[in-house]
Design a binder for this molecule. Structure first.
Ligand SMILES: [Zn+2]
Length: 191
């Protein structure tokens, strides 16, 4: 199978993207590989400091770049193992750009005025909207799980009182059907 010249660097850069953008960008990149199209994805996410530098040097015109929020990537065609900065009109690259647009990307080469051919951005619901995939899931998974080891003389109601919870809640958390059956050293989730 065809392997892009800069495959590892491409994957490392793709990894930094916001979740939905990453999914779409991976789909695009895998399509490129399947079609034998070699590209270097040379930049994805940028810091505000880098962006200020780009604006100052004329490489970018906005301080609200989609790169800052992980919703854009910059790529360059690779021909015979070398980057070709004039290669955007090559037929296979045009095909790759069409594919990117089908996947929901906007191409900087279509912009009026400031044309930015390396640039593909994923708008989703606008600037900075591609954040955590599921806020609910993330919040439960980041809640620290507190465990408590049962001591001699403990009862479930004592443990509940100590941790500001209820016997019922502890039973549910730990799958305990009989609240009188706990043993010393047993680890219980209390939150
Ligand atoms: Zn860009």
């Amino acid at each position: 199978m065809f392997k892009p010249t800069y495959h590892e660097r491409n994957l490392a850069n793709l990894e930094k993207l916001a979740p939905r953008t990453k999914k779409a960008a991976m789909e695009w990149y895998n399509w490129c590989i399947a079609n034998g199209i070699d590209v270097l994805i040379y930049e994805t996410i940028r810091t505000e400091e880098q962006q200020r530098y780009y604006v100052a040097s004329g490489k970018s015109q906005t301080t609200r770049s989609y790169h800052l929020v992980g919703q854009a990537l910059d790529f360059v065609p690779v021909v015979d193992g070398k980057t070709d900065w004039n290669g955007y009109s090559r037929p296979e690259i045009q095909k790759a750009i069409t594919k990117a647009k089908e996947l929901g990307f906007e191409w900087g080469g279509d912009w009026k005025g400031f044309i930015d051919k390396p640039h593909l951005q994923y708008n989703y619901k606008g600037y900075g909207t591609d954040k955590e995939l599921d806020a609910k899931q993330t919040s439960t998974s980041t809640t620290p799980k507190t465990t408590y080891a049962v001591q001699k003389g403990d009862t479930l109601s004592k443990i509940a009182a100590k941790h500001n919870t209820t016997v019922d809640a502890l039973q549910k958390l730990n799958g305990i059907s009989n609240p009188n059956l706990i043993r010393i050293g047993q680890k219980l989730r209390v939150k």
